[in-house]
Design a binder for this molecule. Structure first.
Ligand code: AMP
Ligand code: MG
Length: 408
């Protein structure tokens, strides 16, 4: 059975893509323009601030793709050829003497006058050290031409590219010792809740350990952000005001908790007093309530406190926002379509992101999908997207977002 669509019960909830579009618009309007020049080894996870244009041809000269013999095809008549030089990688060869061949090794420059390399497995060295060839050869074979990969002036990586090991390797191949990158986004992380204490302390009555703080701080670091760990904020207006006032010079205040309906929303009150506030009810599960606002001009994102809600709203909304603030265009994770390995009989009015795994090519889901259960995400390899107002049977198609796509 294909996913069944029922007319909108989603009603007043904001669709995920609308929330994302709004966040990205705001990120675009406050793009970070400062940049810094960093040694190539330090650019991992950062965003390129200007186009990288090649100043080289790659390879810079034709070179051999094989260990073998370089020759001019027209010189091969079937009579063995004298070996007139030996060329190793890193050497500058003489032009090929007409009527001879050159012993050549992988990566070595092909001498001027040669137009073909035959691999050593197809060569027969005679008693007199001349070399014959046993296979038909064609012009250009086993030669990597100059500029095959890149030519001078070509755009290699556009500004806004996220840099990782592959981009670092590519920049190195072009001789770049460093790159201009967008300066780090400075993110202050706040955990709100009277019930929270830090690991290492003894748990008192009614208390729980703060898991969101370390989860977000290390995730932000993986995203190339500078993290200002602002600790735990009690559910109290005075402290909330004072703490927000202390957070100067940051690009984003990211808080968790305190945004659920019904709870005294001190963050919201503080934002209303000295900034602006939008409270969104999103068609997303886990993670319905989300706060976006400004405090004295600094953007604030308030995520719901349940750890799985924090995770999903950070992955799908905050991460793209942070990347776009650095100028990244492609901010949404790759999704792959896979058959569901589970039934989903009752449609929901929010888009669900179930913590799941791929098993034999099918998406299966963790047994407990409660938004308080972070263990579901540790078990999972990805988020299984079930659209609002849909039911599913095993074998129906669902989107799977690998966690590896969003964690870095
Ligand atoms: P809230 O969004 O503040 O209503 O919190 C929703 C649920 O998430 C409550 O059960 C909280 O105790 C829990 N929670 C909030 N913040 C955290 C946190 N930093 N670490 C672990 N659980 C949290
Ligand atoms: Mg709370």
């Amino acid at each position: 059975m294909n996913p069944v669509g029922k007319p909108g019960k989603t009603g007043s909830l904001m669709p995920v893509e609308v929330a994302l579009a709004r966040l990205l618009e705001m990120a675009e309007a406050s793009r970070i323009v400062e940049r810094e020049f960093l040694p190539l080894a330090q650019v991992q996870g950062r965003v390129l601030a200007e186009d990288l244009v090649s100043t080289l041809d790659l390879p810079p000269w034709p070179n051999s793709a094989m260990d073998g013999y370089a020759l001019r095809l027209a010189d091969w008549t079937g009579e063995p050829l004298v070996v007139s030089q030996k060329i190793f990688a890193g050497q500058a060869p003489e032009p090929l003497q007409p009527g001879t061949c050159a012993r050549i090794f992988t990566g070595a420059p092909v001498p001027a006058g040669a137009d073909c390399v035959e691999m050593q497995e197809n060569a027969q060295v005679q008693a007199d050290e001349r070399v014959g060839f046993i296979e038909t050869m064609v012009m250009g074979q086993n030669i990597r031409p100059q500029g095959q990969e890149t030519t001078v002036g070509e755009l290699i990586l556009p500004a806004g590219t996220r840099l990782g090991p592959i981009e670092q390797g590519l920049a190195a191949s072009l001789g770049c010792a460093g790159l201009h990158v967008v300066r780090k986004v400075r993110v202050a992380v706040l955990s709100t809740g009277d019930e929270l204490i830090e690991p290492g302390q003894a748990l008192g009555p009614g208390q729980i350990y703060n898991s969101n703080r370390v989860l977000l701080c290390s995730w932000l670091q993986r995203l190339g952000c500078e993290v200002i760990d602002a600790g735990i904020l009690p559910d109290n207006l005075q402290t909330t005001r004072a703490k927000l006032g202390e957070l100067k010079g940051v690009d984003l205040i990211l808080s968790t908790g305190g945004v659920s309906v019904g709870e005294a929303d001190f963050l919201g009150i503080a934002l209303r007093e000295e900034g602006e506030l939008a409270l969104w009810k999103l068609a997303i599960k886990p993670g319905k309530p989300l706060t976006f606002g400004h405090f004295r001009g600094v953007p604030v994102i308030g995520l719901p406190g349940n750890p799985a809600s924090t995770l999903v709203t950070f992955a799908l909304l905050t991460r793209p926002y942070l990347l776009r603030r650095q100028g990244v265009q492609e901010v949404e994770p790759l999704k792959v379509q896979v058959p569901a390995g589970f039934d989903w009989p009752v449609p929901g009015n929010r888009r669900e992101y179930l913590r799941g795994r791929l098993e034999n090519g099918r998406a299966i889901i963790y047994k407990n999908q409660s938004s308080g259960v972070l263990r579901s995400a540790a078990w999972a390899d990805g988020l299984v997207e079930v659209l609002e107002e849909r039911s599913l049977e095993q074998g129906d198609s669902v989107y799977f977002i690998p966690l590896s796509e969003v964690l870095g």
